[in-house]
Each structure stands twice: as structure tokens, then as C-alpha cells.
Design a protein around this ligand. Structure first.
Ligand code: FAD
Length: 322
């Protein structure tokens, strides 16, 4: 037993970007345990997703669990199939994105496989035993966890890994499924509808803080996000003040993002906020206080009143044809 099984994630007929860094984690984990990477796609009629994911990484095989019972996501439906395939491919490590879905089903997979689990894994190595590193306390402490069970489960913090590169192409094999559970029924899922990309998938994130003083002020951030084709985020203080919806929250108790461009507007840069965005490739901060801690992590800083410069920037972006 020394392979790695990576569970792919998709939504609305599209492969979610978080899958690619999870495959990269899988490649690193496979080197540690001396085995192959296998990828599992669960769903119904999502052959195109299985074919797409097969293009990425150094992957031995893509396993496609295609069943009407898997059309709608339920942790109770997915977990037994993941556990079954983990056993079939002799997976020592089962990895999935530390997303809302991944952190929902992985504990059930861990129970089914009698396996130890680590959340938010950012590194894997062997030191006489398989060890994982994970950030704690807003990233101010890095914890090392040794998982001693024969099988190990990892929820991967995808912002810490590069996307898997296109590889030679892996074969896709359909999984023979047993009886599905009939004691759990999918009723409905309410998705927040947005024309904008999902925060954790977006290449550009424009985030606002309490300094904006109202929900209306976020409209100028939404305009900037739309010019870039990006998403809008917020600090917890802005969410708690009712200026922005909860699902925009970035940070320790919100989402973790690592876009190519992160623009922090009227956000002070508290450690709990930084832990959700400091992996961004380029950070731009706009704050009227030159001493604001956000400038310590910013690549570009603008000490200015957001109400003056954000509309000006939007006009400039429009004149550039964005
Ligand atoms: P403030 O700290 O009030 O900063 C507002 C900023 O706006 C200031 O820097 C000010 O100079 C600037 N400003 C004001 N007016 C203007 C203007 N006109 N133009 C430009 N700049 C202006 N926070 C998170 O964000 N995410 C989390 O997930 C999170 N989790 C937490 C978990 C715990 C357990 C705890 C204790 C706290 C958590 N927090 C989190 C809260 C965090 O500590 C901060 O309170 C919060 O991030 C502050 O938000 P802010 O920067 O928007 O507000």
C-alpha cells in the first residue's frame, strides 16, 4: 500500500481550480510514499470532467465513479465511494481540497478507512513516518503532525501549491460501484448566484474593509472587480458591520485565497485577515493610514482616501479598455 488518491472537485459542469494544486500535493505525497498518483472523479454524466482532469499531472489513472446516485453531492453518498476506491488503488494517502465539500466528506472517509486525518496540509514529508505541516493560530504557528495509521487522509490547503502542469495524459477507467445508500436523500442546495468567479477560484480579488463605512461603498469595489473579471472579498469587520455578505469573508474564519492580484481597500491588515490572503501573488493596498499593517505585506501601497482614488482608478481602468 503506497499510492495516493486525489479526489477531484467540480461544480456546474466545470472542473474546480482547487483540483490542480491538490494533484500537485498528490505528486509530492506519492514521492514520499514511493507510489503513484490516482485521481477520482465522482458524479453523473461528467465524462468531460474526467477527460479534462486526465490531462494534468503525473497521474497513473483517473477513476470515474459515474452514477445517478452521485449526481448531487452528499457527504454520505461520496464518502463510501472514495473509501472503496482508496482500497482498490491501495492508497496510503487520500487527499482532497480543504474546501467546504472536502472538509465535509473527508472525516467520513477517515472513519470508513480507520485512518488518521490532517486538515489544511501545506507540506508532506517522511521523517521515519509520514509527516504533514499545517498552519495554526492564523499561520503564526506551523504544526507538524505525524499520522501513524496505515492510511492517511489530508485536506490540502490548495493556495500553498502550484497548479499541476499538463502531463502525458492518464487513462480514464470507470469504477464498478456497489449498492448506493438509500437512507439519505438529496433535497436541495441553495447556491449564491453570482456572475463573478468564486472567490477561491478568482485570479483577481478586490477586497474591502470596515473603513468603507457602508454596503453602498462596496459598489465601487464591485465595479473594479467586474472590470478585472474578478471577485469581491471583505474583512470580517466589514462583514460583521453588515457591509458585505458572509461568503465574501477572507481570513482565518473566512476563505483562504491566493489570486494573482489582491487589492485590499480600507483594510487594516490584522493577522487574522492576512492569514487568508498573504499567499496572493501581487498585493496592492489602499489605506489612508500610512502605518496600517497591510502595507507590510503589500507589493504596492497607496496611502490615500479610498473614496477618492477607487472611482479614479475605475475610470483609468475603463480608459485602458478593461
Ligand atoms: P479595521 O481594523 O477597522 O480597519 C479599517 C481600515 O480602514 C483602517 O486601516 C483605516 O485606516 C482604513 N480606512 C478608513 N477609512 C478609509 C478611507 N476612507 N480610505 C482608505 N482607508 C480607510 N478578520 C478578517 O478579516 N478575517 C477573518 O477571518 C477574521 N477572523 C478572526 C478570528 C478571530 C478569532 C478574531 C479574534 C478576529 C478575526 N478577525 C478576522 C478580525 C480581525 O482581528 C480584525 O478585527 C479585522 O480584520 C479588521 O477588519 P478591517 O481591517 O476591515 O477593519
Amino acid at each position: 500500500m503506497a499510492n495516493v488518491l486525489v479526489v477531484a472537485e467540480h461544480q456546474d459542469g466545470k472542473l474546480r481550480k482547487v483540483t490542480l494544486p491538490t494533484i500537485t500535493f498528490g505528486e509530492q505525497a506519492a514521492e514520499v510514499v514511493g507510489g503513484e498518483v490516482h485521481v477520482l472523479v465522482l458524479g453523473h454524466g461528467v465524462d468531460a470532467i474526467a477527460d479534462e482532469v486526465a490531462k494534468y499531472g503525473n497521474v497513473a489513472k483517473v477513476h470515474y465513479a459515474n452514477s445517478a446516485a452521485l449526481e448531487k453531492y452528499t457527504a454520505e453518498g461520496f464518502a463510501p465511494v472514495i473509501a472503496q476506491v482508496a482500497e482498490q488503488v491501495d492508497a496510503e494517502i487520500v487527499a482532497a481540497p480543504a474546501s467546504a465539500q472536502g472538509t465535509d466528506y473527508l472525516p467520513r472517509v477517515a472513519v470508513a478507512l480507520d485512518a488518521g486525518m490532517v486538515t489544511n496540509a501545506i507540506k508532506v514529508w517522511d521523517d521515519g513516518g509520514v509527516r504533514f505541516q499545517r498552519p495554526m493560530l492564523s499561520g503564526s504557528v506551523l504544526e507538524t503532525v505525524e499520522v501513524t495509521t496505515p492510511r492517511k487522509i489530508a485536506a490540502v490547503r490548495t493556495t500553498d501549491f502550484d497548479d499541476a502542469k499538463e502531463g502525458d495524459g492518464a487513462p480514464v477507467e470507470t469504477v464498478e460501484l456497489g449498492e448506493s445508500r438509500d437512507d439519505v436523500e438529496f433535497v436541495s442546495m441553495e447556491l449564491v448566484k453570482s456572475e463573478r468567479p468564486e472567490l477561491t477560484d478568482a485570479d483577481v480579488v478586490i477586497a474591502g474593509g470596515r473603513g468603507l463605512k457602508s454596503g453602498e461603498a462596496f459598489e465601487m469595489l464591485e465595479e473594479m472587480a467586474d472590470l478585472f473579471g474578478g471577485a469581491v472579498g471583505a474583512s470580517r469587520a466589514a462583514v460583521d458591520s453588515g457591509y458585505a455578505p458572509t461568503d465574501w469573508q477572507i481570513g482565518q474564519t473566512g476563505k483562504v485565497v491566493a489570486p494573482n492580484l489582491y487589492v485590499a481597500i480600507a483594510i487594516s491588515g490584522a493577522i487574522q485577515h492576512l492569514s487568508g490572503m498573504k499567499g496572493s501573488k501581487v498585493i496592492v493596498a489602499i489605506n489612508k493610514d500610512a502605518e496600517a499593517p497591510i502595507f507590510q505585506v503589500a507589493d504596492y501601497g497607496l496611502v490615500a482616501d479610498a473614496f477618492k482614488v477607487v472611482p479614479e482608478l475605475n475610470e483609468k481602468l475603463k480608459s485602458m479598455g478593461l
